[in-house]
Ligand binder design. Structure first.
Ligand SMILES: Cc1ncc(COP(=O)(O)O)c(C=O)c1O
Length: 518
């Protein structure tokens, strides 16, 4: 991209010595030694804390932490990084929730790989912004290569493209934005009837399963669709979308004069780790001419799995796909992407601003990622995945993910043979949903005992599990994303849960005996 013109001598700027006062804190050519020292100090504190953590959580309560944070006078700086790190220990590092601990079994948070942490350190220091070429240069090309690599892994074809986003919620939002705009453009092209934009939007529907992620509902709300825009179809016994119901819903919408703007299939439901029947759903969408979005925020780890890639068969037929590298690629938050089959649809996120990305830059083939994104200033999150692939390679990531999927299968076996518990749907990924069943207890006591057990476990800090509702009842959930979690860890946490829940049920039964209701 070199331009013709006179050769200009660029004067070299001398390295100025670190100034005093505020400027001494700027990261510049003159302060690299401070940068090394301060960052090493920070890394040292984190490393010490990581090594000494013996529980995923200290059990600290908001009441204990609020005064500590509130008591800090933000207008009186400490002036010294060591003192600030000491203070940070008190308000954050000591009581943080540590996902790397093998008994953190709660939400979709993974331990992170060191190559990605190296990427994080580099990207924040250089601080490229990936909106325009003139703010990122090579960063733009690295992001583009990773988008192409991911689209290839999915099998989206030669016209595919995409963009890194802040997370699955944003990826899903952008997917629904593109689907909405494509649908509206088609509708306007097809009908002679003049409908106002609000009328058009109020008749749009998105269909997903009852186990789909709530970000779909949120996207519908943000996109100005009607309150009942998201239609959820039931799931089968394996908690996968019932395709017969999907076909019926599409037909019903048509009969009622509504337009289905997208079907959102989930490849890795948040609660059950199940994958909707993608080939059948793709057939239905193709026959109906409906946009298919696959939310693979969780299941995307299968893209690199040496043994389970086939579980995503059918994903290659999607119009758009969400992947969250910060869930199953062991990347630090944030790291996500939206991929699309046809790069042209990304134009719905384009706006040309004279000061930033004027339209003439498109003709000049200047690669400005902002033309594809709903963000402007944007982190170079892609660098973390880049260094992960360059240092570890995709198979290594896939092996880590396979390990947690194997562990979840073993945990399901363990629970299904344990009379203290009831376990539901066997996950295709790495969740296990179950509950403690105290002997001869009514539904309300069972619910309360499980709620109590989760809270008591968290308060002790000995382990963290999640909770959810299944058919209206409270259940507990393990989300396994840490290959370091052993079956002993899982068995230990189950014993603790059973103890807490059993104690609760007994105490309640005793209280009801001594003070019968009515
Ligand atoms: C299936 C699914 N989609 C989307 C999301 C939202 O992702 P994020 O939290 O990165 O916004 C989640 C989060 O758990 C999820 O499980």
């Amino acid at each position: 991209m070199s331009l013709p013109g006179p050769t200009v001598q660029v004067p070299t700027t001398g390295v100025t010595p670190a100034s005093h006062g505020a400027r001494a804190h700027l990261f510049t050519a003159g302060t690299v030694e401070d940068y090394r020292r301060v960052l090493a100090e920070g890394i040292g504190r984190v490393a010490t804390r990581m090594a000494e953590v013996d529980r995923p959580f200290t059990g600290v309560t908001p009441d204990e932490l609020v005064p500590r944070v509130a008591g800090i006078d933000l207008d009186r700086p400490l002036g010294d990084s060591g003192a600030a790190l000491d203070e940070l220990h008190d308000v954050y590092l000591r009581d943080a929730v540590y996902f790397h601990h093998p008994r953190y079994l709660a939400h979709l948070n993974c331990p992170v790989v060191i190559p990605a942490l190296l990427g994080e350190a580099v990207l924040t220091a250089v601080n490229s912004s990936l909106d325009t070429w003139d703010q990122s240069a090579g960063g733009t090309l690295i992001e583009r290569r990773l988008i192409d690599w991911t689209a290839d892994r999915i099998g989206l074809g030669p016209a595919a493209d995409g963009i890194f986003t802040s997370g699955g919620t944003q990826s899903n939002l952008q997917a629904m934005l593109l689907a909405r705009e494509e649908t509206c453009a088609n509708l306007v092209g097809r009908t002679t009837e003049r409908q106002s934009r609000p009328e058009l939007l109020s008749r749009l529907r998105i269909i997903t399963s009852a186990a789909g992620h709530f970000s779909v509902q949120k996207a519908a709300k943000l996109l100005g669709l009607g309150a009942d825009a998201v239609v959820t179809v039931p799931t089968d016994a394996d908690r996968r979308m019932r395709t017969a119901d999907l076909a019926r819903e599409i037909a019903r919408c048509r009969e009622e004069g509504l337009t289905v703007m997208a079907v959102v299939a989930t490849a890795g439901t948040t609660d059950f780790g199940t994958i909707d029947p993608l080939p059948q759903i793709a057939d239905i969408c193709a026959a109906a001419g409906v946009w298919l979005h696959v939310d693979a925020a969780y299941g995307c780890g299968l893209l690199v799995s040496p043994t389970r890639r086939h579980l995503l068969d059918g994903i290659e037929r999607a119009d758009s796909v969400t992947v969250d590298y910060h869930k199953s690629f062991f990347q630090p938050v944030s790291s996500s992407a939206l991929l699309v089959r046809d790069r042209r649809v990304l134009r719905h996120a384009t706006w040309h601003a004279d000061y930033l990305n004027p339209a003439r830059m498109v003709e000049q083939r200047i690669p400005n990622q902002v033309d594809k994104s709903i963000q402007t200033t944007r982190r170079f999150d892609a660098l973390k995945l880049w260094l992960t692939l360059r240092i570890m390679g995709p198979d290594a990531i896939g092996e880590l993910f396979d390990e947690v999927v194997d562990r979840a299968a073993a945990a399901w076996q363990l629970l299904s043979g344990d009379p203290r518990f009831e376990v539901v749907t066997r996950s295709q990924l790495s969740t296990v949903v179950f509950r403690y069943l105290p002997a001869a207890a009514g539904r309300e006591v069972v619910d309360d005992a499980n709620l109590y057990a989760r809270e008591a476990l968290a308060a002790s800090g000995a382990g963290l599990v999640a909770g959810t509702k299944v058919d209206g009842a409270h259940y507990l959930k393990l989300t396994l994303l840490n290959p370091e979690t052993t079956m002993d860890d899982i068995a230990h946490v189950l014993d603790l849960l059973a103890e807490h829940a059993g104690w609760y049920a007994q105490t309640r039964a005793a209280a009801e005996l001594s003070c019968p209701v009515g």
